[in-house]
Design a protein around this ligand. Sequence first.
Ligand SMILES: *Cc1c(COP(=O)(O)O)cnc(C)c1O
Length: 456
Amino acid sequence: MPRTVIEPFRVKSVEPIRLTTPEERARRLEEAKLNPFRLRAEDVLLDFLTDSGTGAMSARQWGGIMAGDESYAGAASFFRFEAAVRDLTGYPFVIPTHQGRAAERILFSVATKRGDVVPSNTHFDTTRANLEYGGVEPLDLVIPEGLEPRARHPFKGNIDLARVERLLAEQGGRVPFGMITVTNNSGGGQPVSLENLRAYRDLLRRHGKPLVVDACRFAENAMFVKLREPGQAARTPKAIAREMFSLADGCTMSAKKDGLANIGGFIALRDERWVEAARNLLVLTEGFPTYGGLAGRDLEAIAIGLEEVLEEDYLRYRLRTAEYLGEKLLAGGVAIVEPTGGHAVYLDARAFLPHLRREEYPGWALCDALYLAGGIRGVEIGSVMFGKRLDDGTETYHHHDLVRLAFPRRVYTQSHFDYAAEAILELAARAREVRGVRLVRQSRYLRHFTAELAWA
Ligand SMILES: *Cc1c(COP(=O)(O)O)cnc(C)c1O
Protein backbone atom coordinates (compact mmCIF):
# COMPACT_ATOMS: atom_id res chain seq x y z
CA MET A 1 0.00 0.00 0.00
CA PRO A 2 1.67 3.29 -1.07
CA ARG A 3 2.17 5.64 1.86
CA THR A 4 2.07 8.90 -0.11
CA VAL A 5 -0.80 11.06 1.08
CA ILE A 6 -2.32 12.28 -2.17
CA GLU A 7 -4.47 15.29 -2.98
CA PRO A 8 -7.87 13.58 -2.68
CA PHE A 9 -9.38 15.29 -5.69
CA ARG A 10 -8.75 15.70 -9.40
CA VAL A 11 -8.53 19.01 -11.18
CA LYS A 12 -11.39 20.03 -13.44
CA SER A 13 -10.61 23.68 -14.01
CA VAL A 14 -7.20 25.37 -14.04
CA GLU A 15 -5.80 28.86 -13.61
CA PRO A 16 -2.39 29.81 -15.02
CA ILE A 17 0.33 31.03 -12.68
CA ARG A 18 3.25 33.01 -14.00
CA LEU A 19 6.96 32.88 -13.34
CA THR A 20 8.57 36.31 -13.08
CA THR A 21 12.25 37.29 -13.28
CA PRO A 22 14.15 38.43 -10.19
CA GLU A 23 14.49 41.91 -11.76
CA GLU A 24 10.76 42.11 -12.34
CA ARG A 25 10.03 41.06 -8.76
CA ALA A 26 12.46 43.64 -7.38
CA ARG A 27 10.63 46.32 -9.34
CA ARG A 28 7.21 45.14 -8.25
CA LEU A 29 8.23 45.03 -4.60
CA GLU A 30 9.60 48.57 -4.73
CA GLU A 31 6.32 49.72 -6.30
CA ALA A 32 4.50 47.96 -3.47
CA LYS A 33 6.54 49.94 -0.87
CA LEU A 34 8.04 46.64 0.30
CA ASN A 35 4.60 45.57 1.49
CA PRO A 36 3.51 42.19 0.05
CA PHE A 37 -0.13 43.12 0.71
CA ARG A 38 0.29 45.82 -1.92
CA LEU A 39 1.53 43.44 -4.66
CA ARG A 40 -0.69 42.43 -7.53
CA ALA A 41 -1.58 38.75 -7.18
CA GLU A 42 -0.68 38.16 -10.84
CA ASP A 43 2.93 38.99 -9.96
CA VAL A 44 2.99 36.24 -7.31
CA LEU A 45 3.84 32.64 -8.19
CA LEU A 46 2.85 30.77 -5.02
CA ASP A 47 0.45 32.83 -2.97
CA PHE A 48 0.77 31.74 0.64
CA LEU A 49 -0.39 35.10 1.98
CA THR A 50 -3.46 33.55 3.51
CA ASP A 51 -5.71 30.52 3.50
CA SER A 52 -8.67 32.88 3.85
CA GLY A 53 -11.19 32.77 1.03
CA THR A 54 -8.51 31.51 -1.35
CA GLY A 55 -9.56 27.86 -1.54
CA ALA A 56 -10.88 25.96 -4.54
CA MET A 57 -14.54 25.07 -4.36
CA SER A 58 -15.76 21.62 -5.33
CA ALA A 59 -17.98 20.77 -8.28
CA ARG A 60 -20.75 20.24 -5.74
CA GLN A 61 -20.24 23.73 -4.35
CA TRP A 62 -20.32 25.24 -7.82
CA GLY A 63 -23.53 23.34 -8.39
CA GLY A 64 -24.86 24.89 -5.20
CA ILE A 65 -23.93 28.31 -6.54
CA MET A 66 -26.31 27.79 -9.46
CA ALA A 67 -29.04 26.63 -7.09
CA GLY A 68 -28.69 29.75 -4.92
CA ASP A 69 -32.00 31.40 -4.07
CA GLU A 70 -31.53 35.15 -4.25
CA SER A 71 -34.82 36.13 -2.62
CA TYR A 72 -34.36 39.07 -0.29
CA ALA A 73 -36.09 37.50 2.70
CA GLY A 74 -36.56 33.88 3.67
CA ALA A 75 -34.52 32.42 0.80
CA ALA A 76 -34.31 28.63 0.62
CA SER A 77 -30.52 29.00 0.60
CA PHE A 78 -30.64 30.58 4.04
CA PHE A 79 -32.54 27.64 5.47
CA ARG A 80 -30.06 25.18 3.97
CA PHE A 81 -27.22 27.24 5.45
CA GLU A 82 -28.93 27.48 8.83
CA ALA A 83 -29.58 23.74 8.88
CA ALA A 84 -25.92 23.00 8.08
CA VAL A 85 -24.67 25.30 10.87
CA ARG A 86 -27.18 23.89 13.36
CA ASP A 87 -26.28 20.33 12.42
CA LEU A 88 -22.60 21.05 13.00
CA THR A 89 -22.73 23.27 16.07
CA GLY A 90 -25.97 22.34 17.76
CA TYR A 91 -26.61 26.08 18.23
CA PRO A 92 -30.16 27.12 17.29
CA PHE A 93 -29.49 30.79 16.56
CA VAL A 94 -27.57 31.36 13.33
CA ILE A 95 -26.68 34.83 12.05
CA PRO A 96 -24.92 35.08 8.67
CA THR A 97 -22.29 37.80 8.16
CA HIS A 98 -20.13 38.75 5.22
CA GLN A 99 -17.02 37.44 6.92
CA GLY A 100 -15.51 36.60 10.30
CA ARG A 101 -14.64 40.11 11.41
CA ALA A 102 -18.23 41.26 10.86
CA ALA A 103 -19.34 38.46 13.18
CA GLU A 104 -16.78 39.67 15.72
CA ARG A 105 -17.76 43.30 15.47
CA ILE A 106 -21.44 42.55 15.88
CA LEU A 107 -21.02 40.13 18.76
CA PHE A 108 -18.58 42.40 20.60
CA SER A 109 -20.83 45.43 20.08
CA VAL A 110 -23.70 43.71 21.84
CA ALA A 111 -21.83 41.56 24.38
CA THR A 112 -18.99 43.77 25.65
CA LYS A 113 -18.59 47.27 27.01
CA ARG A 114 -15.74 49.69 27.42
CA GLY A 115 -13.33 48.55 30.17
CA ASP A 116 -14.09 44.83 29.76
CA VAL A 117 -11.39 42.17 29.38
CA VAL A 118 -11.77 39.15 27.10
CA PRO A 119 -9.30 36.28 27.58
CA SER A 120 -8.41 33.84 24.80
CA ASN A 121 -5.51 31.56 23.92
CA THR A 122 -4.49 34.12 21.26
CA HIS A 123 -6.85 36.61 19.72
CA PHE A 124 -6.50 36.77 15.95
CA ASP A 125 -5.55 40.24 14.65
CA THR A 126 -9.07 41.24 13.55
CA THR A 127 -10.51 39.93 16.82
CA ARG A 128 -7.99 41.92 18.83
CA ALA A 129 -8.60 45.04 16.75
CA ASN A 130 -12.38 44.78 17.05
CA LEU A 131 -12.15 44.42 20.82
CA GLU A 132 -9.72 47.31 21.15
CA TYR A 133 -11.91 49.46 18.94
CA GLY A 134 -14.69 49.00 21.51
CA GLY A 135 -12.39 49.85 24.43
CA VAL A 136 -12.11 46.18 25.46
CA GLU A 137 -8.80 44.65 26.48
CA PRO A 138 -7.91 41.42 24.62
CA LEU A 139 -5.81 39.10 26.77
CA ASP A 140 -3.71 36.33 25.22
CA LEU A 141 -3.27 33.51 27.73
CA VAL A 142 -1.90 30.63 25.70
CA ILE A 143 0.15 28.00 27.58
CA PRO A 144 3.87 28.87 27.79
CA GLU A 145 4.76 26.15 25.23
CA GLY A 146 2.56 28.02 22.74
CA LEU A 147 5.04 30.90 22.75
CA GLU A 148 8.07 28.68 22.25
CA PRO A 149 8.52 28.08 18.51
CA ARG A 150 10.35 24.81 19.06
CA ALA A 151 8.51 23.37 22.06
CA ARG A 152 7.00 20.11 20.82
CA HIS A 153 3.67 19.96 22.62
CA PRO A 154 0.73 18.22 20.88
CA PHE A 155 -1.71 21.01 21.79
CA LYS A 156 0.23 24.23 21.75
CA GLY A 157 -3.00 26.16 21.26
CA ASN A 158 -4.27 25.28 24.75
CA ILE A 159 -5.19 28.13 27.05
CA ASP A 160 -3.35 28.55 30.35
CA LEU A 161 -6.10 27.71 32.83
CA ALA A 162 -4.20 28.94 35.87
CA ARG A 163 -3.89 32.40 34.35
CA VAL A 164 -7.58 32.42 33.39
CA GLU A 165 -8.44 31.41 36.94
CA ARG A 166 -6.36 34.25 38.34
CA LEU A 167 -8.00 36.72 35.96
CA LEU A 168 -11.47 35.57 36.96
CA ALA A 169 -10.61 35.72 40.67
CA GLU A 170 -9.03 39.17 40.51
CA GLN A 171 -11.02 40.93 37.79
CA GLY A 172 -13.99 38.64 37.09
CA GLY A 173 -16.34 41.62 36.97
CA ARG A 174 -14.62 42.88 33.84
CA VAL A 175 -14.92 39.59 31.94
CA PRO A 176 -18.14 39.28 29.87
CA PHE A 177 -17.14 35.89 28.38
CA GLY A 178 -14.11 33.80 27.52
CA MET A 179 -12.94 33.10 23.98
CA ILE A 180 -10.72 30.50 22.42
CA THR A 181 -9.38 30.28 18.87
CA VAL A 182 -9.32 26.86 17.17
CA THR A 183 -6.81 26.29 15.82
CA ASN A 184 -4.69 29.04 17.32
CA ASN A 185 -3.91 30.95 14.13
CA SER A 186 -1.53 33.63 15.39
CA GLY A 187 0.22 31.09 17.59
CA GLY A 188 1.20 28.87 14.67
CA GLY A 189 -2.05 27.12 13.68
CA GLN A 190 -1.76 24.97 16.77
CA PRO A 191 -4.67 22.92 18.05
CA VAL A 192 -6.59 22.99 21.31
CA SER A 193 -7.41 19.68 23.01
CA LEU A 194 -10.91 18.62 23.99
CA GLU A 195 -9.60 18.23 27.52
CA ASN A 196 -8.42 21.85 27.64
CA LEU A 197 -11.64 23.09 26.09
CA ARG A 198 -13.68 21.17 28.66
CA ALA A 199 -11.64 22.45 31.61
CA TYR A 200 -11.86 26.03 30.30
CA ARG A 201 -15.62 25.67 29.92
CA ASP A 202 -15.91 24.32 33.49
CA LEU A 203 -13.81 27.16 34.87
CA LEU A 204 -15.83 29.83 33.06
CA ARG A 205 -19.05 28.16 34.09
CA ARG A 206 -18.07 28.25 37.79
CA HIS A 207 -17.82 32.02 37.37
CA GLY A 208 -21.04 32.26 35.36
CA LYS A 209 -19.27 33.24 32.13
CA PRO A 210 -20.11 31.93 28.67
CA LEU A 211 -17.51 30.53 26.26
CA VAL A 212 -17.33 31.75 22.66
CA VAL A 213 -15.21 29.82 20.17
CA ASP A 214 -13.46 31.53 17.29
CA ALA A 215 -14.18 28.52 15.11
CA CYS A 216 -12.40 29.47 11.87
CA ARG A 217 -10.44 26.20 11.67
CA PHE A 218 -12.68 23.90 13.69
CA ALA A 219 -12.23 20.99 11.25
CA GLU A 220 -8.44 21.09 11.27
CA ASN A 221 -8.59 21.27 15.07
CA ALA A 222 -10.91 18.25 15.15
CA MET A 223 -8.49 16.26 12.99
CA PHE A 224 -5.57 17.11 15.28
CA VAL A 225 -7.67 15.92 18.22
CA LYS A 226 -8.33 12.66 16.39
CA LEU A 227 -4.64 12.16 15.62
CA ARG A 228 -3.15 13.34 18.91
CA GLU A 229 -5.56 13.20 21.82
CA PRO A 230 -5.69 9.93 23.76
CA GLY A 231 -8.93 8.04 23.18
CA GLN A 232 -10.04 10.03 20.12
CA ALA A 233 -8.51 8.02 17.26
CA ALA A 234 -11.63 6.01 16.43
CA ARG A 235 -14.00 8.99 16.23
CA THR A 236 -14.91 10.88 13.09
CA PRO A 237 -13.75 14.49 12.73
CA LYS A 238 -17.42 15.44 12.64
CA ALA A 239 -18.17 13.81 16.00
CA ILE A 240 -15.16 15.57 17.51
CA ALA A 241 -16.13 18.93 15.97
CA ARG A 242 -19.63 18.57 17.36
CA GLU A 243 -18.24 17.88 20.80
CA MET A 244 -16.04 20.98 20.56
CA PHE A 245 -19.07 23.13 19.83
CA SER A 246 -21.10 21.39 22.54
CA LEU A 247 -18.59 22.63 25.11
CA ALA A 248 -19.16 26.28 24.20
CA ASP A 249 -22.09 28.67 24.16
CA GLY A 250 -21.53 30.15 20.76
CA CYS A 251 -19.04 30.89 18.04
CA THR A 252 -17.83 33.41 15.55
CA MET A 253 -16.76 31.94 12.26
CA SER A 254 -15.07 32.96 9.06
CA ALA A 255 -16.42 30.65 6.36
CA LYS A 256 -13.39 31.67 4.30
CA LYS A 257 -11.35 29.14 6.25
CA ASP A 258 -12.99 25.83 7.16
CA GLY A 259 -16.21 26.86 5.43
CA LEU A 260 -14.33 26.13 2.18
CA ALA A 261 -15.98 29.21 0.68
CA ASN A 262 -14.56 32.36 -0.87
CA ILE A 263 -16.57 34.69 1.32
CA GLY A 264 -18.86 34.49 4.34
CA GLY A 265 -19.08 34.00 8.05
CA PHE A 266 -21.53 33.67 10.87
CA ILE A 267 -22.34 34.00 14.53
CA ALA A 268 -24.07 30.99 16.08
CA LEU A 269 -25.41 31.05 19.62
CA ARG A 270 -26.90 28.58 22.07
CA ASP A 271 -29.26 30.96 23.84
CA GLU A 272 -31.23 34.07 22.98
CA ARG A 273 -29.43 36.56 25.19
CA TRP A 274 -27.46 38.45 22.49
CA VAL A 275 -29.51 37.40 19.47
CA GLU A 276 -32.01 40.21 19.12
CA ALA A 277 -29.46 42.98 19.58
CA ALA A 278 -27.09 41.24 17.17
CA ARG A 279 -29.81 40.92 14.50
CA ASN A 280 -30.72 44.59 14.92
CA LEU A 281 -27.14 45.60 14.31
CA LEU A 282 -26.91 43.12 11.43
CA VAL A 283 -29.80 44.82 9.65
CA LEU A 284 -28.07 48.15 10.08
CA THR A 285 -24.68 47.20 8.66
CA GLU A 286 -24.78 43.78 6.95
CA GLY A 287 -28.27 43.04 5.73
CA PHE A 288 -31.53 41.30 6.51
CA PRO A 289 -31.14 38.39 8.99
CA THR A 290 -31.60 35.73 6.32
CA TYR A 291 -28.68 36.90 4.19
CA GLY A 292 -26.42 39.04 6.37
CA GLY A 293 -24.36 40.62 3.59
CA LEU A 294 -24.10 37.43 1.51
CA ALA A 295 -25.75 36.30 -1.69
CA GLY A 296 -27.95 33.21 -1.56
CA ARG A 297 -25.34 31.39 -3.64
CA ASP A 298 -22.68 32.10 -0.99
CA LEU A 299 -24.90 30.57 1.67
CA GLU A 300 -25.21 27.43 -0.48
CA ALA A 301 -21.44 27.20 -0.95
CA ILE A 302 -20.88 27.49 2.79
CA ALA A 303 -23.52 24.90 3.66
CA ILE A 304 -21.83 22.38 1.36
CA GLY A 305 -18.32 23.45 2.43
CA LEU A 306 -19.08 22.82 6.09
CA GLU A 307 -19.84 19.20 5.20
CA GLU A 308 -16.92 18.62 2.84
CA VAL A 309 -14.34 20.07 5.20
CA LEU A 310 -14.99 17.28 7.69
CA GLU A 311 -14.17 14.48 5.24
CA GLU A 312 -11.33 12.52 6.73
CA ASP A 313 -9.34 12.06 3.49
CA TYR A 314 -9.43 15.79 2.94
CA LEU A 315 -8.26 16.57 6.47
CA ARG A 316 -5.51 13.96 6.34
CA TYR A 317 -4.18 15.53 3.13
CA ARG A 318 -4.64 19.00 4.57
CA LEU A 319 -2.57 18.40 7.70
CA ARG A 320 -0.01 16.37 5.75
CA THR A 321 0.63 19.32 3.41
CA ALA A 322 2.04 21.49 6.16
CA GLU A 323 3.87 18.57 7.71
CA TYR A 324 5.46 17.69 4.34
CA LEU A 325 6.86 21.16 3.74
CA GLY A 326 7.87 21.37 7.39
CA GLU A 327 9.86 18.13 7.18
CA LYS A 328 11.78 19.35 4.15
CA LEU A 329 12.65 22.65 5.83
CA LEU A 330 13.69 21.01 9.10
CA ALA A 331 15.87 18.54 7.20
CA GLY A 332 17.59 21.56 5.62
CA GLY A 333 18.16 23.20 9.00
CA VAL A 334 15.49 25.91 8.75
CA ALA A 335 13.84 26.78 12.06
CA ILE A 336 10.06 26.58 11.97
CA VAL A 337 7.29 26.46 14.53
CA GLU A 338 7.08 22.84 15.60
CA PRO A 339 5.11 20.75 15.26
CA THR A 340 3.58 22.15 12.06
CA GLY A 341 0.10 23.56 12.41
CA GLY A 342 -2.96 22.86 10.30
CA HIS A 343 -3.06 25.51 7.65
CA ALA A 344 0.44 26.90 7.47
CA VAL A 345 4.14 26.57 8.07
CA TYR A 346 5.68 29.32 10.19
CA LEU A 347 9.30 30.25 9.62
CA ASP A 348 11.15 31.59 12.63
CA ALA A 349 12.53 34.80 11.13
CA ARG A 350 14.78 35.67 14.08
CA ALA A 351 16.52 32.31 13.67
CA PHE A 352 16.57 32.63 9.87
CA LEU A 353 18.04 36.15 9.95
CA PRO A 354 20.11 36.33 13.14
CA HIS A 355 22.01 39.35 11.82
CA LEU A 356 18.88 41.55 11.94
CA ARG A 357 17.76 43.41 15.07
CA ARG A 358 14.08 43.37 16.01
CA GLU A 359 13.97 47.07 15.03
CA GLU A 360 14.71 45.90 11.48
CA TYR A 361 11.58 43.71 11.48
CA PRO A 362 13.16 40.36 10.55
CA GLY A 363 9.75 38.77 9.85
CA TRP A 364 8.87 41.43 7.34
CA ALA A 365 12.33 41.36 5.84
CA LEU A 366 12.08 37.59 5.34
CA CYS A 367 8.70 37.97 3.60
CA ASP A 368 10.20 40.44 1.18
CA ALA A 369 13.20 38.19 0.60
CA LEU A 370 11.01 35.17 -0.15
CA TYR A 371 9.14 37.11 -2.77
CA LEU A 372 12.35 38.33 -4.35
CA ALA A 373 13.88 34.85 -4.27
CA GLY A 374 11.01 32.74 -5.56
CA GLY A 375 7.88 34.76 -6.15
CA ILE A 376 6.45 33.32 -2.93
CA ARG A 377 4.17 35.54 -0.87
CA GLY A 378 3.87 34.89 2.87
CA VAL A 379 2.80 37.11 5.72
CA GLU A 380 4.68 38.49 8.69
CA ILE A 381 3.30 37.47 12.07
CA GLY A 382 5.48 39.67 14.18
CA SER A 383 6.24 43.19 15.21
CA VAL A 384 4.75 44.98 12.22
CA MET A 385 1.47 43.10 12.66
CA PHE A 386 1.35 43.13 16.44
CA GLY A 387 3.73 45.88 17.50
CA LYS A 388 2.58 49.45 17.85
CA ARG A 389 3.79 52.97 17.71
CA LEU A 390 2.51 54.53 20.93
CA ASP A 391 1.31 58.12 21.14
CA ASP A 392 4.61 59.16 22.72
CA GLY A 393 6.48 57.75 19.70
CA THR A 394 7.91 54.65 21.37
CA GLU A 395 7.61 51.32 19.58
CA THR A 396 6.38 48.04 21.05
CA TYR A 397 7.47 44.69 19.66
CA HIS A 398 5.86 41.26 19.44
CA HIS A 399 7.35 38.30 21.35
CA HIS A 400 8.38 36.65 18.11
CA ASP A 401 8.87 37.38 14.45
CA LEU A 402 7.46 34.66 12.26
CA VAL A 403 6.61 34.34 8.60
CA ARG A 404 3.43 32.44 7.97
CA LEU A 405 3.14 30.51 4.74
CA ALA A 406 -0.58 29.75 4.71
CA PHE A 407 -1.96 27.27 2.23
CA PRO A 408 -5.09 27.86 0.20
CA ARG A 409 -7.32 24.79 0.48
CA ARG A 410 -7.25 22.33 -2.44
CA VAL A 411 -5.28 24.75 -4.65
CA TYR A 412 -1.60 23.78 -4.88
CA THR A 413 -0.06 20.37 -5.56
CA GLN A 414 2.94 18.56 -4.17
CA SER A 415 5.33 19.96 -6.81
CA HIS A 416 4.39 23.48 -5.74
CA PHE A 417 5.47 22.61 -2.22
CA ASP A 418 8.67 21.02 -3.51
CA TYR A 419 9.41 24.28 -5.32
CA ALA A 420 8.68 26.28 -2.16
CA ALA A 421 11.01 24.11 -0.10
CA GLU A 422 13.79 24.51 -2.64
CA ALA A 423 13.39 28.29 -2.82
CA ILE A 424 13.43 28.64 0.97
CA LEU A 425 16.47 26.40 1.40
CA GLU A 426 18.36 28.33 -1.29
CA LEU A 427 17.52 31.57 0.47
CA ALA A 428 18.64 30.12 3.81
CA ALA A 429 22.06 29.43 2.29
CA ARG A 430 22.55 33.16 1.59
CA ALA A 431 20.46 34.57 4.45
CA ARG A 432 23.12 37.08 5.48
CA GLU A 433 22.42 39.06 2.31
CA VAL A 434 18.84 39.77 3.43
CA ARG A 435 18.33 43.37 4.46
CA GLY A 436 16.18 44.70 7.27
CA VAL A 437 13.29 47.13 6.79
CA ARG A 438 11.84 50.16 8.52
CA LEU A 439 8.32 51.59 8.63
CA VAL A 440 7.79 54.76 6.65
CA ARG A 441 4.00 55.19 6.88
CA GLN A 442 1.49 53.38 9.06
CA SER A 443 -2.13 53.52 10.15
CA ARG A 444 -3.44 53.20 13.68
CA TYR A 445 -5.28 49.89 13.31
CA LEU A 446 -4.09 46.76 11.45
CA ARG A 447 -1.14 48.71 10.14
CA HIS A 448 0.40 45.76 8.30
CA PHE A 449 -2.28 45.85 5.59
CA THR A 450 -1.38 49.29 4.31
CA ALA A 451 2.03 50.19 5.76
CA GLU A 452 4.77 51.58 3.54
CA LEU A 453 8.32 50.41 4.26
CA ALA A 454 11.86 51.03 3.09
CA TRP A 455 15.13 49.14 3.43
CA ALA A 456 16.68 49.81 6.83
C1 LIG B 1 -9.59 34.91 9.45
C2 LIG B 1 -9.82 34.89 10.88
C3 LIG B 1 -10.73 35.78 11.47
C4 LIG B 1 -11.43 36.87 10.70
O1 LIG B 1 -12.19 36.39 9.63
P1 LIG B 1 -12.34 37.22 8.26
O2 LIG B 1 -13.28 36.37 7.47
O3 LIG B 1 -11.00 37.35 7.66
O4 LIG B 1 -12.94 38.54 8.61
C5 LIG B 1 -10.93 35.65 12.82
N1 LIG B 1 -10.28 34.74 13.56
C6 LIG B 1 -9.40 33.88 13.02
C7 LIG B 1 -8.71 32.86 13.88
C8 LIG B 1 -9.13 33.92 11.67
O5 LIG B 1 -8.24 33.07 11.15
